[in-house]
Structures are given as structure tokens and as C-alpha cells.
Design a protein around this ligand. Sequence first.
Ligand code: SF4
Length: 353
Amino acid sequence: MNSVLEHTPDELREAFARDGLEPFRADQVLRWVYGRGVRDFGAMSDLARTLREQLAGAWRIRCLERDSLCESSDGTRKLVLRAWEGAKIELVMIPEERRRTLCVSSQVGCSLDCSFCATGRLGLGRNLRAEELVDQVLHGAELLAPSSEKITHVVFMGMGEPLLNLRNVIHAIRILADPRAGALSPRRITVSTAGVVPSIAELGRALRVRLAVSLHATTDAVRDVLVPLNRRFPIATLLEACRRYPASRRDPISFEYALIRDVNDSRDDARRLARLLRGLRAKVNLIRMNEHPGTHYRRPAEATVEDFAETLAASQVMVTLRRSRGEDIFAACGQLGALAQAGRGVSSPAFVR
Ligand code: SF4
């Protein structure tokens, strides 16, 4: 069966034409799906009944089923979706004053095994297809529908490394950003990476989306342990690729930095970080380490966090201190998949600095 969600509007018009249908029928279907959230051909009342039946027999508009939903005391919601083979995919809706940010997953599990991250310990299941990426956004929109709110931002920061599934991520973003489909501004879409250097340039050539880099350390010795991918692409190589990424002053590269007690939270780290980012269009997103079952890493004292942020700011680095969201439901950064493996006895490596 064909998938509507796997097609850009132009591709869908072509596919309909190949099936002997008028191409404008594709535009009608897309308006129902993305504009009104209707995923049942039978309810598309401006299509003739015979056409609705023909489409329902040949096309699908949904590929993920809702498995469970939990809500944090801070309003963050974690939605678990189920793929056809039973794989579970987690996405997180983060409500803020004027934003509704949806954090989507790009892979089932992840191969990169960052030592502070629960998802990494799941290992890689598989890449998600473009239709599964788009379907996550439609599920997110369905979550907001009762309140008539709309998703304002999409971040590819859930389970998986987006740049190791780049072809599908780019295709899904083309669908999500098309005014005739998802209609999201590319400036409101962020793709994060742990540092897959060759793909950073490819992303920059293909799309004008925001880039987020999970940096988390200021020396290769520390980053080699936190983000093992660093052994292939060390900090200097990663930052060189970032310098070439088409970031603007308005949309700087966001460097994610999870503060971990006695690992990467010293004033020297803050000063080194400021030096590393000199000359880059960059801002730093500080995150307090999100503790979860199976990790020894702990979050620093609040005074240390504030001192780190102030040291960066004093060095003219744009810095934000991200409030952790959804921790009580294991929906915060680095926690996705934590419940699936709680009790397996995994532990993070001992860290000596
Ligand atoms: S932090 Fe991201 S890249 Fe690293 S293991 Fe977790 S999901 Fe994968």
C-alpha cells in the first residue's frame, strides 16, 4: 500500500496522475490531512464516494499507533507510539508560554552509546522512515487538537542520531516544511547531532534548518567517554564542520551542554568552552544532567550551574539555562527509553578527572 505521508505534495500529485487521478485531488487530500487533521478517506467529504473508496484501498495515511501517553506535573507529555513490528518510538510535547515544541525520534534506539544517555543503551533497532517521522508530527498535532493549539517548533532530538538517518530526515523535513503539507517554517525545525561530521555539510547543503550540536565536553579526553563518536570526529574537527555550516546571526548553532557533577562542570571547562566557540555563530544551551535509572552521573549543585553560566556570559557567549522538562515521566533529555531498561543493571563508566 502507498503512503501519503511518504510523499511531498509534488510527488503525491505525480503519483495520483500515474494512477489516472487528477493531480488536484492530491491537494485536496493534503488539505484534509495536514490542515484539518483528518486521516480517514471516508471523512473527506469533498471527494466523490467512489474516489474515497479507491484511495482507501490503495493508500494509507497512518503508520504508527498510539501505545501510551503520560503527562508530567510540569505539563510535558510523553507519547509512546508503536510501529507495525512492535518497535516503540517516544516523542515529547513541551509546552512553554508561547511555544509548543515537539521533540521527535529519528531512529528506534541509537547506535552511538553516549554514556549519560538511556537511549544509547538500547542499541540501534532501525532507522525510521520518512512517513514515520511525519506521522510523529501528526500524532503531536492530534495531542494538541482538543485545545486548538498548534505545534510551533519541531526538534529532532528524541531517540536516535538524526544524521545517521539523514536521507529520511531531509525528506520528512521537506514534507513538513512545504506550505501545502506540514507548513512549518524551516527556521522552526532543529536537527541535532552528536557530531556526525560528514553529514553536517550535507544537511547544510540540503536545507536551511537550525543545527544543534550535543557537545557536552571541552576536552577530547572527557568527550571520548561521554560521546564515544568523538573518537572518530574529535572536537576540533567537529567545530571546523560547524564553522562551515550556514548558520546565521538570527539562527546560531545551538551547542547542547549537559552539566555533570565533577565531570564537565568546572570554571575551567566554562572558560575552555568560551574559547572553543570563539568566532562561531553559536549559543550554548546548558542542561542540568537528567538523572535516570542505570547512570552514576549526577547533576551539579545549583551554585555550580549558575557559576558556569555566568563564566560563559562574562566571556560574551550567548547562554541559556534550559529548565529540565518532564523528568518525572522520563521524558527529559537523555532519559528516553530509560523505563524500557530500568532494572537491567546497566551502569555508566566510572569517571575520574
Ligand atoms: S545522546 Fe543522542 S546520539 Fe547519544 S546515545 Fe543518546 S540518542 Fe544517541
